[in-house]
Design a protein around this ligand. Structure first.
Ligand code: NAP
Length: 414
């Protein structure tokens, strides 16, 4: 196998090292990188350029690895590689979430493969497991932590008693969060991965932008402390449920109890819990990112392509879009923290709204310690009810602007 690599950054450099150390049968013959001239010491014996045709027009290269990131150039590279008869390996979930439907069709029409193990949860071998072992299993539930940056932030907020802003700044200094962290902290990276995962699980294409998403930006140190008081932790969760033939999914920060496997997944680790109709529960846990863990997933795709060349497997065709059901029609218990004016009648007004919406309260707590004089934090846990009722109550509570200053709510993961 002769490989051309686009992008010699973190993952590209890791891949080059693995290929040099492990597999003489897979040869990296050319690299295209816009800053290749600065990386001469890494490129001994390998042709390099910033001209994409170095790889795309080289007929001796049968496989292209796309590790540049971004959308437009990556799209051009992947399409051109396929047009030129090459298979593609990519770690680019943003590209696949936006253009995957057309790209996979295009690859299928040309009899080529796009492999993307590294695009979802880094080193965790999830794509191949879904495509092989679970291909004929019905996955009824998936619940996962698929974004390492947000899990790192939430873990450090709890362990080091820091605010969201303090941890984010530290993570940016350490290179664990991007200068513009929106994709991660807004939940959009997890949304893209959930779209790819659910497309694989269902065999129908899921549009990432149609998946409801909430990020972690509104989570404060107080919420982390409240979670701990009740033996819970806050996680950014990507969730899929198949209920009576309907497909429900969302990305949301959630409270996770001690009995839940996601409780112990700390720092930048990722985890995915699947429930199969016959095979029951499967937990995958590992590094969701990083130079060598991610590069190893790319490398494993190359090995797989090499094996498939000896006995080709048909390229999976996804030809329909999956309708996503309304998450508000499902049930959940909720945590609700309200910062309110400390005056008589406030709690009664809130309880009235919850009652009017058929929401039953599991517990109510008050705390003056973390707030300014004249304010109080009220924390309410509800029993599991239809989400739509909770959202309606929330709107009505929010309208009590004269007494309710601010609120945060989290579903409790069952
Ligand atoms: N890092 C991880 O842990 C991780 C985990 C999972 C998936 N991924 C995915 O893997 C891909 C690569 O990530 P990375 O962390 O290795 O990124 P990176 O360190 O920024 O490396 C990208 C490399 O590609 C070059 N490049 C970017 N755009 C280019 C273009 N249009 N033409 C030529 N060269 C170009 C960059 O050059 P400059 O140096 O000049 O910018 C850089 O050398 C991304 O899709 C990412 O989402 C990464």
């Amino acid at each position: 196998m002769r490989v051309g690599i686009f992008g010699l950054g973190t993952v590209g450099q890791g891949l080059l090292q693995i290929l040099r150390e492990r597999q003489p049968a897979i040869e990296a013959v050319a690299v295209v990188d816009r800053s290749y001239a600065r990386k001469a010491e890494l490129l001994a014996g390998i042709k390099a350029s910033d001209d994409k045709n170095l790889i795309l027009k080289d007929k001796s290269i049968d496989t292209v690895v796309e590790l540049m990131g971004g959308i437009d150039d990556a799209l051009y590279v992947v399409r051109s590689a396929i047009e030129n008869g090459k298979n593609v390996v990519t770690a680019n979930k943003a590209l696949l979430a936006e253009h995957g439907y057309a790209l996979f069709q295009f690859a299928s029409e040309h009899g080529r493969t796009i492999a993307f193990e590294a695009a979802i949860a880094g080193a965790i071998p999830i794509v191949r497991n879904i495509e092989t072992i679970f291909r004929h299993e019905r996955i009824t539930r998936l619940m996962g932590i698929v974004n390492g940056t947000t899990n790192y932030i939430l873990t450090r907020m709890r362990k080091d008693h820091l605010s969201y802003g303090e941890v984010l700044e530290a993570a940016q200094k350490q290179g664990l969060a991007e200068a513009d962290p929106t994709l991660d902290v807004g939940g959009y990276d997890a949304q893209q991965k959930l779209a790819l995962l659910t497309s694989l699980i269902t065999g129908e294409w899921v549009e990432a932008k149609n998946i409801p998403v909430r990020g972690i930006t509104e989570i404060s140190a107080q919420d982390v402390v409240w979670a701990e008081r009740f033996h819970n932790r806050i996680r950014l969760v990507a969730e899929y449920n198949l209920i009576q033939g309907q497909h429900y999914m969302h990305v949301t920060p959630a409270l996770v109890g001690e009995q839940n496997v996601l409780y112990d997944i700390e720092y930048e680790n990722n985890a995915l819990l699947f429930h199969g109709e016959y095979s029951a529960e499967h937990l995958f846990m590992g590094k969701g990112a990083g130079k060598f863990p991610t590069a190893f997933s790319v490398y494993s795709d190359l090995i797989q392509l090499q094996l498939a060349a000896a006995s080709p497997v048909p390229v999976r065709k996804i030809e329909t879009y999956l309708p996503i059901a309304n998450i508000a029609d499902t049930t959940s218990a909720f945590y609700l923290r309200l910062r309110v004016k400390d005056q008589p009648g406030v709690l009664a007004a809130i309880a009235q709204i919850l009652g009017n919406n058929a929401l039953s309260i599991a517990s109510v707590h008050q705390d003056h310690s973390a707030v300014a004089a004249g304010e109080v934090d009220i924390v309410i846990h509800t029993h599991a009810q239809k989400r739509s009722g909770f959202y309606k109550a929330l709107k009505e509570i929010h309208a009590l602007k004269s007494i309710v200053l601010h609120h945060v709510y989290l579903p409790v993961l069952g």
